[in-house]
Ligand binder design. Structure first.
Ligand SMILES: Nc1ncnc2c1ncn2[C@@H]1O[C@H](COP(=O)(O)OP(=O)(O)OP(=O)(O)O)[C@@H](O)[C@H]1O
Ligand SMILES: Nc1nc2c(ncn2[C@@H]2O[C@H](CO)[C@@H](O)[C@H]2O)c(=O)[nH]1
Length: 433
Protein backbone atom coordinates (compact mmCIF):
# COMPACT_ATOMS: atom_id res chain seq x y z
CA UNK A 1 0.00 0.00 0.00
CA UNK A 2 1.39 3.30 -1.10
CA UNK A 3 0.08 6.01 1.19
CA UNK A 4 -2.09 8.75 -0.30
CA UNK A 5 -0.13 11.93 -0.98
CA UNK A 6 3.25 10.77 0.35
CA UNK A 7 4.34 12.90 3.28
CA UNK A 8 8.03 13.66 3.44
CA UNK A 9 8.69 14.19 7.08
CA UNK A 10 6.23 11.95 8.89
CA UNK A 11 6.58 8.26 9.58
CA UNK A 12 3.44 6.22 9.41
CA UNK A 13 4.86 3.15 11.07
CA UNK A 14 7.24 2.80 14.01
CA UNK A 15 10.73 3.16 12.60
CA UNK A 16 12.84 2.63 15.70
CA UNK A 17 11.11 -0.10 17.62
CA UNK A 18 11.52 -3.47 15.99
CA UNK A 19 8.20 -4.84 17.00
CA UNK A 20 8.26 -8.59 16.32
CA UNK A 21 4.50 -8.69 16.05
CA UNK A 22 4.50 -6.07 13.32
CA UNK A 23 7.22 -7.80 11.38
CA UNK A 24 5.39 -11.08 11.62
CA UNK A 25 2.54 -9.63 9.59
CA UNK A 26 4.01 -10.19 6.15
CA UNK A 27 1.55 -9.24 3.47
CA UNK A 28 0.45 -12.21 1.46
CA UNK A 29 0.08 -12.09 -2.29
CA UNK A 30 -3.57 -11.12 -2.05
CA UNK A 31 -2.77 -8.24 0.30
CA UNK A 32 -4.74 -7.40 3.39
CA UNK A 33 -6.58 -4.32 2.17
CA UNK A 34 -8.61 -4.02 -0.96
CA UNK A 35 -11.62 -2.42 -2.60
CA UNK A 36 -14.33 -4.50 -4.27
CA UNK A 37 -16.63 -3.21 -6.99
CA UNK A 38 -19.24 -4.32 -9.51
CA UNK A 39 -19.38 -2.99 -13.02
CA UNK A 40 -20.87 -3.54 -16.42
CA UNK A 41 -17.83 -4.60 -18.43
CA UNK A 42 -17.56 -1.93 -21.13
CA UNK A 43 -15.05 -0.73 -23.68
CA UNK A 44 -15.23 3.00 -24.45
CA UNK A 45 -15.16 3.88 -28.15
CA UNK A 46 -14.44 7.59 -28.20
CA UNK A 47 -15.36 9.69 -31.24
CA UNK A 48 -15.79 13.36 -32.10
CA UNK A 49 -19.22 14.06 -33.54
CA UNK A 50 -21.54 17.03 -34.14
CA UNK A 51 -24.99 17.62 -32.60
CA UNK A 52 -26.75 16.40 -35.72
CA UNK A 53 -25.12 12.97 -35.31
CA UNK A 54 -26.32 12.74 -31.70
CA UNK A 55 -29.90 13.58 -32.68
CA UNK A 56 -29.97 11.31 -35.72
CA UNK A 57 -29.30 8.26 -33.55
CA UNK A 58 -32.03 9.23 -31.08
CA UNK A 59 -29.51 10.13 -28.35
CA UNK A 60 -29.66 13.12 -26.06
CA UNK A 61 -26.61 15.25 -25.27
CA UNK A 62 -25.01 14.53 -21.90
CA UNK A 63 -27.09 11.39 -21.37
CA UNK A 64 -26.01 7.73 -21.17
CA UNK A 65 -28.62 5.74 -23.10
CA UNK A 66 -28.82 2.05 -23.89
CA UNK A 67 -29.26 1.38 -27.64
CA UNK A 68 -30.44 -1.69 -29.58
CA UNK A 69 -28.01 -3.85 -31.55
CA UNK A 70 -29.13 -2.60 -34.99
CA UNK A 71 -28.69 1.05 -33.95
CA UNK A 72 -25.27 0.21 -32.47
CA UNK A 73 -24.16 -1.51 -35.67
CA UNK A 74 -25.24 1.44 -37.85
CA UNK A 75 -23.65 3.95 -35.49
CA UNK A 76 -20.38 2.04 -35.32
CA UNK A 77 -20.27 1.63 -39.10
CA UNK A 78 -20.73 5.38 -39.61
CA UNK A 79 -17.96 6.15 -37.12
CA UNK A 80 -15.63 3.74 -38.96
CA UNK A 81 -16.58 4.95 -42.45
CA UNK A 82 -16.06 8.59 -41.53
CA UNK A 83 -12.93 7.81 -39.50
CA UNK A 84 -14.32 9.57 -36.45
CA UNK A 85 -13.00 7.18 -33.79
CA UNK A 86 -10.21 8.84 -31.79
CA UNK A 87 -9.60 6.24 -29.07
CA UNK A 88 -10.74 2.87 -27.75
CA UNK A 89 -10.02 1.89 -24.17
CA UNK A 90 -11.40 -0.03 -21.23
CA UNK A 91 -14.19 1.93 -19.54
CA UNK A 92 -17.15 1.55 -17.21
CA UNK A 93 -17.39 3.97 -14.34
CA UNK A 94 -16.52 1.41 -11.64
CA UNK A 95 -13.90 -0.35 -13.77
CA UNK A 96 -12.23 3.05 -14.17
CA UNK A 97 -12.45 3.76 -10.45
CA UNK A 98 -10.97 0.40 -9.43
CA UNK A 99 -8.20 0.64 -12.01
CA UNK A 100 -7.32 4.17 -10.84
CA UNK A 101 -7.43 3.09 -7.21
CA UNK A 102 -5.00 0.24 -7.96
CA UNK A 103 -2.65 2.56 -9.83
CA UNK A 104 -2.68 5.16 -7.04
CA UNK A 105 -2.41 2.76 -4.12
CA UNK A 106 -0.24 0.23 -5.96
CA UNK A 107 -2.55 -2.30 -4.38
CA UNK A 108 -5.37 -4.73 -4.99
CA UNK A 109 -8.89 -4.01 -6.14
CA UNK A 110 -11.37 -6.73 -7.08
CA UNK A 111 -13.66 -6.29 -10.06
CA UNK A 112 -16.90 -8.27 -10.23
CA UNK A 113 -18.69 -8.43 -13.57
CA UNK A 114 -18.77 -10.55 -16.70
CA UNK A 115 -16.04 -11.50 -19.16
CA UNK A 116 -16.12 -13.53 -22.39
CA UNK A 117 -15.24 -17.18 -21.83
CA UNK A 118 -13.31 -17.17 -25.10
CA UNK A 119 -11.23 -14.07 -25.56
CA UNK A 120 -9.81 -13.49 -29.03
CA UNK A 121 -6.68 -11.44 -29.46
CA UNK A 122 -7.65 -7.93 -30.57
CA UNK A 123 -11.29 -8.27 -29.49
CA UNK A 124 -12.98 -5.77 -27.17
CA UNK A 125 -12.68 -8.21 -24.28
CA UNK A 126 -8.97 -8.49 -24.99
CA UNK A 127 -8.58 -4.72 -25.02
CA UNK A 128 -10.44 -4.51 -21.74
CA UNK A 129 -8.11 -7.00 -20.08
CA UNK A 130 -4.99 -5.40 -21.53
CA UNK A 131 -6.02 -1.92 -20.37
CA UNK A 132 -6.76 -2.86 -16.79
CA UNK A 133 -4.14 -2.55 -14.04
CA UNK A 134 -2.39 -5.79 -13.13
CA UNK A 135 -3.29 -4.88 -9.53
CA UNK A 136 -7.00 -5.20 -10.36
CA UNK A 137 -7.95 -8.78 -9.51
CA UNK A 138 -10.06 -10.21 -12.36
CA UNK A 139 -10.16 -13.76 -11.01
CA UNK A 140 -13.75 -13.48 -9.81
CA UNK A 141 -15.28 -12.35 -13.12
CA UNK A 142 -18.15 -14.51 -14.32
CA UNK A 143 -17.68 -16.07 -17.78
CA UNK A 144 -20.31 -15.48 -20.49
CA UNK A 145 -20.67 -16.90 -24.01
CA UNK A 146 -20.94 -13.66 -25.93
CA UNK A 147 -19.74 -10.07 -26.08
CA UNK A 148 -19.04 -7.58 -23.30
CA UNK A 149 -20.54 -4.08 -23.69
CA UNK A 150 -19.47 -1.15 -25.83
CA UNK A 151 -19.84 2.45 -24.72
CA UNK A 152 -19.81 4.91 -27.62
CA UNK A 153 -18.41 8.03 -25.98
CA UNK A 154 -19.43 10.81 -28.33
CA UNK A 155 -17.66 14.11 -27.73
CA UNK A 156 -19.56 17.14 -29.04
CA UNK A 157 -18.13 20.42 -30.31
CA UNK A 158 -18.34 21.96 -26.83
CA UNK A 159 -16.56 18.98 -25.19
CA UNK A 160 -19.81 17.60 -23.77
CA UNK A 161 -19.97 13.82 -23.82
CA UNK A 162 -22.91 11.64 -24.71
CA UNK A 163 -22.83 7.90 -24.05
CA UNK A 164 -24.58 5.30 -26.19
CA UNK A 165 -24.38 1.87 -24.59
CA UNK A 166 -24.50 -1.32 -26.63
CA UNK A 167 -24.84 -3.70 -23.69
CA UNK A 168 -23.88 -7.11 -25.11
CA UNK A 169 -24.01 -9.45 -22.10
CA UNK A 170 -22.75 -6.90 -19.56
CA UNK A 171 -25.87 -7.23 -17.39
CA UNK A 172 -25.73 -11.02 -17.09
CA UNK A 173 -23.91 -11.05 -13.73
CA UNK A 174 -25.73 -13.46 -11.40
CA UNK A 175 -26.04 -13.24 -7.59
CA UNK A 176 -24.17 -16.54 -7.14
CA UNK A 177 -21.13 -14.97 -8.86
CA UNK A 178 -20.72 -12.53 -5.94
CA UNK A 179 -18.15 -14.05 -3.55
CA UNK A 180 -19.12 -13.09 -0.02
CA UNK A 181 -15.56 -13.37 1.33
CA UNK A 182 -14.26 -10.83 -1.21
CA UNK A 183 -16.82 -8.30 -0.02
CA UNK A 184 -16.48 -9.18 3.66
CA UNK A 185 -12.75 -8.36 3.63
CA UNK A 186 -12.97 -5.23 1.49
CA UNK A 187 -12.56 -1.67 2.75
CA UNK A 188 -15.53 -0.66 0.61
CA UNK A 189 -17.96 -2.03 -1.98
CA UNK A 190 -18.19 0.36 -4.94
CA UNK A 191 -21.32 0.49 -7.12
CA UNK A 192 -22.97 2.74 -9.69
CA UNK A 193 -26.63 3.58 -10.25
CA UNK A 194 -26.19 2.27 -13.83
CA UNK A 195 -26.23 -1.27 -12.37
CA UNK A 196 -29.89 -0.96 -11.50
CA UNK A 197 -30.81 0.25 -15.02
CA UNK A 198 -31.47 -3.05 -16.82
CA UNK A 199 -34.08 -4.79 -18.95
CA UNK A 200 -36.61 -6.90 -17.03
CA UNK A 201 -35.16 -10.33 -16.35
CA UNK A 202 -31.49 -9.31 -16.47
CA UNK A 203 -29.80 -10.51 -13.26
CA UNK A 204 -27.44 -7.54 -12.63
CA UNK A 205 -29.75 -5.64 -10.21
CA UNK A 206 -30.26 -8.80 -8.16
CA UNK A 207 -26.50 -9.48 -8.09
CA UNK A 208 -25.99 -5.87 -6.93
CA UNK A 209 -28.55 -6.22 -4.15
CA UNK A 210 -26.93 -9.47 -3.05
CA UNK A 211 -23.54 -7.72 -2.86
CA UNK A 212 -25.11 -4.94 -0.79
CA UNK A 213 -26.58 -7.56 1.54
CA UNK A 214 -23.09 -9.09 2.03
CA UNK A 215 -21.55 -5.65 2.63
CA UNK A 216 -24.12 -4.77 5.29
CA UNK A 217 -23.68 -8.12 7.00
CA UNK A 218 -19.93 -7.46 7.36
CA UNK A 219 -20.20 -3.74 8.09
CA UNK A 220 -18.42 -2.80 4.85
CA UNK A 221 -19.28 0.73 3.61
CA UNK A 222 -21.25 0.76 0.36
CA UNK A 223 -20.16 3.48 -2.08
CA UNK A 224 -22.51 4.63 -4.84
CA UNK A 225 -21.58 6.83 -7.78
CA UNK A 226 -24.59 8.38 -9.46
CA UNK A 227 -23.96 7.91 -13.21
CA UNK A 228 -25.61 10.84 -15.01
CA UNK A 229 -28.25 13.34 -13.94
CA UNK A 230 -30.80 11.70 -16.25
CA UNK A 231 -30.54 8.37 -14.46
CA UNK A 232 -31.37 10.16 -11.19
CA UNK A 233 -34.02 12.43 -12.76
CA UNK A 234 -35.99 9.35 -13.81
CA UNK A 235 -36.90 8.72 -10.16
CA UNK A 236 -35.18 10.92 -7.53
CA UNK A 237 -37.39 9.49 -4.76
CA UNK A 238 -36.17 5.97 -5.49
CA UNK A 239 -32.53 7.09 -5.29
CA UNK A 240 -33.01 9.00 -2.05
CA UNK A 241 -34.53 5.91 -0.43
CA UNK A 242 -31.75 3.80 -1.95
CA UNK A 243 -29.10 6.03 -0.38
CA UNK A 244 -30.86 6.02 2.98
CA UNK A 245 -31.32 2.25 3.04
CA UNK A 246 -28.13 0.96 1.46
CA UNK A 247 -25.38 3.53 0.95
CA UNK A 248 -22.66 4.94 3.16
CA UNK A 249 -20.70 7.09 0.70
CA UNK A 250 -22.16 8.88 -2.33
CA UNK A 251 -20.15 10.37 -5.21
CA UNK A 252 -21.87 12.68 -7.68
CA UNK A 253 -21.38 15.80 -9.76
CA UNK A 254 -23.39 18.97 -9.11
CA UNK A 255 -26.01 18.15 -11.76
CA UNK A 256 -26.68 14.73 -10.28
CA UNK A 257 -26.71 16.29 -6.81
CA UNK A 258 -29.34 18.78 -8.00
CA UNK A 259 -31.59 16.05 -9.45
CA UNK A 260 -31.23 14.05 -6.26
CA UNK A 261 -31.91 16.82 -3.76
CA UNK A 262 -33.55 19.67 -5.69
CA UNK A 263 -30.70 21.93 -4.49
CA UNK A 264 -28.61 23.61 -7.19
CA UNK A 265 -26.05 24.80 -4.63
CA UNK A 266 -23.63 21.86 -4.21
CA UNK A 267 -23.02 22.73 -0.56
CA UNK A 268 -26.72 22.55 0.30
CA UNK A 269 -27.07 19.38 -1.78
CA UNK A 270 -24.18 17.80 0.18
CA UNK A 271 -25.80 18.85 3.44
CA UNK A 272 -29.09 17.25 2.45
CA UNK A 273 -27.34 14.06 1.31
CA UNK A 274 -25.86 13.78 4.83
CA UNK A 275 -29.42 13.05 6.00
CA UNK A 276 -29.03 9.69 4.23
CA UNK A 277 -25.30 8.83 4.05
CA UNK A 278 -22.04 9.17 6.01
CA UNK A 279 -19.78 10.84 3.44
CA UNK A 280 -20.41 12.88 0.29
CA UNK A 281 -18.14 13.73 -2.63
CA UNK A 282 -19.64 16.30 -4.98
CA UNK A 283 -17.55 17.39 -7.96
CA UNK A 284 -18.44 20.68 -9.57
CA UNK A 285 -16.42 20.85 -12.82
CA UNK A 286 -14.60 24.22 -13.08
CA UNK A 287 -15.71 25.04 -9.52
CA UNK A 288 -13.66 22.22 -8.04
CA UNK A 289 -15.21 19.86 -5.53
CA UNK A 290 -16.97 19.64 -2.19
CA UNK A 291 -16.90 16.99 0.49
CA UNK A 292 -19.18 16.60 3.48
CA UNK A 293 -19.19 14.13 6.35
CA UNK A 294 -19.38 13.62 10.09
CA UNK A 295 -16.88 13.75 12.91
CA UNK A 296 -17.06 13.35 16.67
CA UNK A 297 -18.00 16.71 18.19
CA UNK A 298 -15.44 16.34 21.00
CA UNK A 299 -12.57 15.71 18.55
CA UNK A 300 -13.33 18.23 15.81
CA UNK A 301 -10.29 20.10 14.47
CA UNK A 302 -10.33 23.70 13.31
CA UNK A 303 -8.97 24.56 9.89
CA UNK A 304 -6.12 27.00 9.42
CA UNK A 305 -7.33 27.84 5.89
CA UNK A 306 -9.39 31.01 5.39
CA UNK A 307 -13.02 30.48 6.42
CA UNK A 308 -15.27 30.30 3.37
CA UNK A 309 -18.59 32.07 2.84
CA UNK A 310 -21.52 30.14 1.41
CA UNK A 311 -25.07 29.02 2.02
CA UNK A 312 -23.70 27.54 5.25
CA UNK A 313 -21.58 30.33 6.74
CA UNK A 314 -17.91 29.40 7.38
CA UNK A 315 -18.77 25.89 6.31
CA UNK A 316 -15.15 24.71 6.17
CA UNK A 317 -14.48 25.58 9.83
CA UNK A 318 -13.78 21.98 10.89
CA UNK A 319 -12.37 20.61 7.63
CA UNK A 320 -9.19 19.48 9.42
CA UNK A 321 -11.24 16.77 11.17
CA UNK A 322 -11.16 13.17 10.02
CA UNK A 323 -14.43 11.73 8.73
CA UNK A 324 -16.35 9.09 10.68
CA UNK A 325 -19.43 7.05 9.89
CA UNK A 326 -22.53 8.51 11.53
CA UNK A 327 -23.11 5.24 13.43
CA UNK A 328 -19.62 5.50 14.99
CA UNK A 329 -20.10 9.01 16.42
CA UNK A 330 -21.50 9.62 19.88
CA UNK A 331 -22.25 13.24 19.02
CA UNK A 332 -22.01 13.60 15.25
CA UNK A 333 -20.92 16.98 13.90
CA UNK A 334 -21.37 17.81 10.21
CA UNK A 335 -18.13 18.89 8.51
CA UNK A 336 -17.65 20.37 5.04
CA UNK A 337 -14.76 21.24 2.77
CA UNK A 338 -14.29 22.77 -0.67
CA UNK A 339 -11.35 23.07 -3.01
CA UNK A 340 -10.89 24.92 -6.31
CA UNK A 341 -9.41 22.96 -9.26
CA UNK A 342 -5.78 22.03 -8.82
CA UNK A 343 -3.65 24.79 -10.38
CA UNK A 344 -6.81 26.24 -11.93
CA UNK A 345 -7.19 23.13 -14.11
CA UNK A 346 -5.11 21.99 -17.09
CA UNK A 347 -4.40 24.55 -19.78
CA UNK A 348 -6.37 22.55 -22.33
CA UNK A 349 -9.24 20.18 -21.54
CA UNK A 350 -10.32 17.97 -24.44
CA UNK A 351 -13.14 16.47 -22.41
CA UNK A 352 -13.79 15.82 -18.75
CA UNK A 353 -14.63 12.12 -19.13
CA UNK A 354 -13.65 10.21 -16.00
CA UNK A 355 -12.51 13.19 -13.90
CA UNK A 356 -15.13 12.35 -11.27
CA UNK A 357 -14.17 8.65 -11.28
CA UNK A 358 -10.58 9.74 -10.60
CA UNK A 359 -11.63 11.85 -7.61
CA UNK A 360 -13.54 8.91 -6.13
CA UNK A 361 -10.52 6.61 -6.57
CA UNK A 362 -8.50 9.01 -4.41
CA UNK A 363 -11.15 9.02 -1.67
CA UNK A 364 -11.20 5.21 -1.70
CA UNK A 365 -7.42 5.17 -1.44
CA UNK A 366 -7.53 7.29 1.69
CA UNK A 367 -10.20 5.06 3.27
CA UNK A 368 -8.30 1.86 2.48
CA UNK A 369 -5.02 3.34 3.76
CA UNK A 370 -6.82 3.91 7.06
CA UNK A 371 -7.81 0.24 7.27
CA UNK A 372 -4.34 -0.87 6.24
CA UNK A 373 -2.77 1.27 8.93
CA UNK A 374 -5.27 0.07 11.53
CA UNK A 375 -4.55 -3.58 10.81
CA UNK A 376 -0.78 -2.99 10.98
CA UNK A 377 -0.58 -0.54 13.88
CA UNK A 378 -3.77 -1.18 15.82
CA UNK A 379 -2.51 0.66 18.89
CA UNK A 380 -1.80 3.88 17.04
CA UNK A 381 -3.52 6.95 18.43
CA UNK A 382 -4.93 7.40 14.93
CA UNK A 383 -7.31 4.55 15.71
CA UNK A 384 -8.44 5.61 19.16
CA UNK A 385 -11.82 6.14 17.51
CA UNK A 386 -13.37 4.42 14.47
CA UNK A 387 -12.45 6.87 11.75
CA UNK A 388 -13.49 6.31 8.15
CA UNK A 389 -10.69 8.29 6.49
CA UNK A 390 -6.98 8.32 7.17
CA UNK A 391 -6.66 12.03 6.44
CA UNK A 392 -8.68 15.11 7.27
CA UNK A 393 -11.56 16.07 5.00
CA UNK A 394 -9.48 18.97 3.67
CA UNK A 395 -6.60 16.67 2.77
CA UNK A 396 -8.88 14.15 1.07
CA UNK A 397 -10.35 16.98 -1.04
CA UNK A 398 -6.87 18.05 -2.03
CA UNK A 399 -5.92 14.54 -3.09
CA UNK A 400 -9.16 13.90 -5.01
CA UNK A 401 -8.77 17.17 -6.84
CA UNK A 402 -5.18 16.41 -7.71
CA UNK A 403 -6.15 13.08 -9.23
CA UNK A 404 -8.96 14.66 -11.30
CA UNK A 405 -6.40 17.05 -12.70
CA UNK A 406 -4.19 14.13 -13.69
CA UNK A 407 -7.09 12.46 -15.52
CA UNK A 408 -8.01 15.69 -17.34
CA UNK A 409 -4.40 16.25 -18.31
CA UNK A 410 -3.97 12.87 -19.95
CA UNK A 411 -7.32 13.03 -21.83
CA UNK A 412 -8.43 9.53 -20.78
CA UNK A 413 -10.36 8.20 -17.77
CA UNK A 414 -7.83 5.55 -16.73
CA UNK A 415 -4.54 6.69 -15.22
CA UNK A 416 -1.53 5.33 -17.06
CA UNK A 417 0.64 5.81 -13.97
CA UNK A 418 0.45 7.15 -10.42
CA UNK A 419 1.11 10.73 -9.42
CA UNK A 420 4.60 12.01 -10.26
CA UNK A 421 7.22 10.75 -7.80
CA UNK A 422 8.65 14.22 -7.37
CA UNK A 423 5.51 15.10 -5.48
CA UNK A 424 7.03 13.74 -2.32
CA UNK A 425 4.74 15.95 -0.38
CA UNK A 426 1.41 16.81 -1.87
CA UNK A 427 1.30 19.57 0.72
CA UNK A 428 4.28 21.49 -0.65
CA UNK A 429 3.81 20.84 -4.33
CA UNK A 430 0.24 21.88 -4.19
CA UNK A 431 0.04 25.51 -5.18
CA UNK A 432 3.25 25.81 -7.21
CA UNK A 433 2.92 26.14 -10.96
N1 LIG B 1 -13.33 22.89 -16.71
C1 LIG B 1 -12.60 22.49 -15.66
N2 LIG B 1 -11.58 23.26 -15.19
C2 LIG B 1 -10.84 22.86 -14.15
N3 LIG B 1 -11.03 21.70 -13.47
C3 LIG B 1 -12.02 20.91 -13.88
C4 LIG B 1 -12.87 21.24 -14.99
N4 LIG B 1 -13.75 20.26 -15.15
C5 LIG B 1 -13.48 19.36 -14.19
N5 LIG B 1 -12.45 19.73 -13.42
C6 LIG B 1 -11.86 18.99 -12.27
O1 LIG B 1 -12.32 17.64 -12.34
C7 LIG B 1 -13.15 17.34 -11.20
C8 LIG B 1 -14.32 16.46 -11.63
O2 LIG B 1 -14.99 17.07 -12.71
P1 LIG B 1 -16.54 16.90 -13.03
O3 LIG B 1 -17.37 17.54 -11.99
O4 LIG B 1 -16.71 17.38 -14.43
O5 LIG B 1 -16.70 15.30 -12.94
P2 LIG B 1 -17.83 14.34 -13.47
O6 LIG B 1 -18.85 15.08 -14.25
O7 LIG B 1 -18.27 13.56 -12.30
O8 LIG B 1 -16.96 13.40 -14.43
P3 LIG B 1 -17.19 11.86 -14.88
O9 LIG B 1 -18.62 11.52 -14.58
O10 LIG B 1 -16.87 11.84 -16.34
O11 LIG B 1 -16.21 11.04 -14.12
C9 LIG B 1 -13.56 18.69 -10.65
O12 LIG B 1 -13.82 18.58 -9.26
C10 LIG B 1 -12.34 19.55 -10.96
O13 LIG B 1 -11.32 19.31 -9.99
N1 LIG C 1 -21.06 0.89 -15.85
C1 LIG C 1 -21.42 1.84 -16.70
N2 LIG C 1 -20.54 2.80 -17.07
C2 LIG C 1 -20.96 3.74 -17.96
C3 LIG C 1 -22.25 3.76 -18.50
N3 LIG C 1 -22.34 4.84 -19.34
C4 LIG C 1 -21.13 5.45 -19.31
N4 LIG C 1 -20.28 4.79 -18.49
C5 LIG C 1 -18.87 5.04 -18.21
O1 LIG C 1 -18.67 6.25 -17.51
C6 LIG C 1 -17.28 6.55 -17.65
C7 LIG C 1 -17.02 7.99 -17.29
O2 LIG C 1 -17.44 8.28 -16.00
C8 LIG C 1 -16.92 6.16 -19.06
O3 LIG C 1 -15.63 5.59 -19.13
C9 LIG C 1 -18.03 5.16 -19.47
O4 LIG C 1 -17.53 3.89 -19.81
C10 LIG C 1 -23.18 2.74 -18.11
O5 LIG C 1 -24.34 2.65 -18.53
N5 LIG C 1 -22.70 1.80 -17.22
Amino acid sequence: MKFPGKRKSKHYFPVNARDPLLHAQVENEQGSSWIAGIDQTLVDIEAKVDDEFVHRYGLSAGHSLVIEDDVADALYQELVDKQLITDQFAGGTIGNTLHNYSVLADDRSVLLGVMCNHVQIGSYAYRYLCNTSSRTDLNHLQGVDGAIGRCFTLIGDNGERTFAISPGLMNQLRPESIPEAVIAGASALVLTSYLIRCKPGEPMPEATMHAIHCAKKHNVPVVLTLGTKYVIADDPGFWRAFLRDHVSIVAMNEDEACELTGESDPLLACNMALDWVDLVLCTAGPNGLYMAGFTEEAFKRKTNHPLLPGAIAEFNQYEFSRAMRHQDCEQPLRIFSHIAPYMGGPERIRNTNGAGDGALAAVLHDITANNFHRSNVPNSSKHARSYLTYSSLAQVCKYANRVSYQVLNQHAPRLTRGLPEREDSLEEAYWER
